[in-house]
Write a protein that binds this ligand. Structure first.
Ligand SMILES: O=C(O)[C@@H](O)[C@H](O)[C@H](O)CO
Ligand SMILES: [Mg+2]
Length: 381
């Protein structure tokens, strides 16, 4: 079998889909994207495609090595995400060629279903509590909320207590049987993290995500030592080499994004490295159905999986949602907040190619918001 073409489709809300065709009529799909940089990653995929057209799609690992290491300059979000989407599409082709779901090629399932969580929004404590209750009513057993708005480097008692008040309101609303995670998007300085996290401890959050920016991986050790809350990070780490210092810093949960961190091949290796550190996996995925399917395929075959993020209805999903590009959306029906074992070949989904073409023709470009503090200085959004 030979690869005949690679084609990318920028689609709403903020995704980039990749279609790889072969001379045997088998098509694979991947999702190579950095949110807000879809066109940049598409250019990287286009440049890498010179090497792939005419090659055997089943030599997945060799292609991963050449595309990642063969260029001398490696790593980073753009290149790693381009390779990630290509890798997903090659695993999809392999599964379809062998007639099995990808998790069977990874050693077979180690669980029957995967627990997924939903993102919840809202500004006031009662807004977030209502959003959490709506997800619990929809069957989810875990939610994740944004921890705060734009914070100062060292913030007021009112802002600081407000973070705890929002979590307290959610805990009060959903009770102790539901898991509640908080995402800080790297908005805390180390001294703020030391002050805020102990205030959250009484409400037993599931985990706290990205308390500090990933550039401060070294400071994570001080954060993890300062609190009993499990610390999660990883959506802005792109390889097992990037994850090593975070794992050594004592995080509890690794969050590789299968569309950023080198695809199925590398996420599988990051999971194994995490296992060495007694760290569980909660793959990041505020992305589309292909990225979610690829994440789930790894999750079915990975012993240290904690939970899977999924993007149905999250606030980024304007003009399109998770299920819009699937021939059969029931695959992500989330019975009782779980996805049952997927048995269809490849990634286990059927992408609606006509809808993808139509959405790409409409054109769409999503930009990350720019957040500023009250003095006008830039902060993490
Ligand atoms: O954990 C999450 O889902 C968020 O931090 C998103 O990754 C972020 O808004 C960029 O897409
Ligand atoms: Mg996050």
């Amino acid at each position: 079998m030979r690869i005949t073409s690679l084609k990318t489709y920028p689609v709403a809300p903020r995704w980039l889909f990749l279609r790889i065709d072969t001379d045997e009529g088998i098509t694979g799909w991947g999702e190579p994207v950095v949110e807000g940089r879809a066109a940049t990653v598409a250019a990287a995929v286009e440049e890498l495609s010179d090497y792939l057209v005419g090659a055997d799609p089943l030599r997945i690992e060799d292609h991963w090595q050449v595309l990642t290491r063969g260029g001398f300059y490696r790593g980073g979000p753009v290149l790693s995400s381009a390779v990630a989407g290509i890798d997903q599409a090659l695993w999809d082709i392999a599964g379809k060629a062998y007639g099995v779901p990808v998790h069977r090629l990874l050693g077979g399932p180690v669980r029957d279903r995967i627990r997924v969580y939903s993102w919840i929004g809202g500004d006031t404590p009662s807004d977030v509590a209502d959003a959490a209750l709506a997800q619990v009513e929809a069957g989810f057993t875990a939610v994740k909320m944004n921890a705060s708005g734009a914070l100062r480097l060292l913030d007021t008692p009112a802002e600081t207590k407000g973070i705890a008040a929002r979590l307290a309101a959610v805990r009060e609303a959903v009770g102790d049987g539901i898991d509640v995670a908080l995402d800080f998007h790297g908005r805390l300085t180390l001294p703020m993290a030391r002050r805020v996290l102990p205030m959250l401890e009484p409400y037993l959050p599931f985990f706290v995500e990205e308390p500090v920016v990933p550039e401060l991986t070294r400071d994570l050790a001080a954060v993890t030592a300062s609190t009993s809350i499990p610390i999660a990070t990883g959506e802005r780490l792109y390889s097992r080499w990037d994850f090593r210092p975070a794992l050594e810093a004592g995080i509890a949960v690794a969050q590789p994004d299968i569309s950023h961190a080198g695809g199925i091949s590398e996420t599988r290796r990051i999971a194994a490295l995490a296992e060495v550190h007694d760290v569980s996996l909660a793959p990041h995925c505020p992305l589309g159905p292909i990225a979610l399917a690829a994440s789930l395929q790894v999750g079915f075959a990975t012993p240290n999986l904690l939970i899977q993020e999924q993007s149905l209805g999250i606030h980024y999903n304007e003009h399109a949602d998770l299920l819009d590009y699937l021939v059969d959306p029931s695959v992500f029906a989330y019975a009782d907040g779980h996805v049952p074992l997927m048995e269809a070949p490849g990634l286990g989904i059927e992408v609606d190619a006509t809808e993808v073409e139509r959405a790409a023709a409409r054109g769409h470009r999503w930009r990350s918001p720019v957040w500023r503090r009250d003095d006008g200085s830039l902060t993490e959004w």
